[in-house]
Design a protein around this ligand. Structure first.
Ligand code: ZN
Length: 204
């Protein structure tokens, strides 16, 4: 039996999401169509609204619906320190620990030669421009995810920043290898950021 084109298109679109294969997409579309059409409408309305109203903060590249994000405009934050993370959900995870009061920079990914993602494909240019324009920034915390890609991205940034004289520190151990920051519990993540260690400079 041939499926109606609209159903096939919905399944095809959903299956493009990470972690959702053809089978799950199929199940979700039929779940919504069979008895949860209001939910289907709600999902499409809210996603459409988010996609049209949310942009990247020109300072830190986090998602925001205001000109600058609330963290960048918060006068209470320590403006001399920037924590570099891979995703917006990492900002949320670190904020929940309550131990960090500096600013952030969201890369939206990590460098991955295997997946063909180079330094220009993540928001590094914005970070370096930001550092050039804000000489008061004295410390960078590298909070990339633990794992090959996250670590090589952190190393790449550390190497580029070394001549600048900015203190570069990295999250302390405690984050399980291969896991994303957003999945670490608040205590572990809080300790990791509090016990961050400075990255040693070659030759020093
Ligand atoms: Zn911001």
């Amino acid at each position: 039996m041939r499926q109606p084109e609209t159903i096939r298109q919905a399944i095809k679109a959903l299956s493009k999401l990470p972690g959702i294969g053809q089978k799950t997409a199929n199940r979700l579309v039929f779940y919504i169509l069979s008895q949860h059409r209001e939910l289907g409408q709600e999902i499409s309305d809210t996603l459409l609204q988010a996609c049209t109203s949310i942009h990247l903060c020109p300072e830190c590249c986090n998602f925001t619906d205001t000109d600058l994000c609330p963290i960048c405009t918060d006068a209470e934050r320590n403006r001399n320190i920037i924590c570099i993370v891979e995703s917006a959900s990492d900002v949320e995870a670190i904020e929940k620990t309550g131990v960090y009061h500096g600013l952030y920079h969201v890369l939206h990914g990590s460098i991955s030669p295997l997946r063909n993602i180079g330094p220009n494909d993540i928001h590094l240019k914005e970070l370096f421009n930001r550092l050039l324009q804000n000489p008061a920034i004295s410390e960078i915390i590298l909070a990339n995810n633990v794992g090959t890609e996250g670590e090589s991205t952190a190393l790449y940034i550390a190497r580029l920043l070394q001549p600048s004289g900015i203190k570069i520190s990295q999250m302390a151990h405690g984050i399980p290898v291969g896991s994303n920051l957003e999945f670490a519990d608040e205590v572990t993540l809080g300790q990791a950021i509090s016990n961050r260690r400075e990255i040693e400079r070659p030759g020093s």
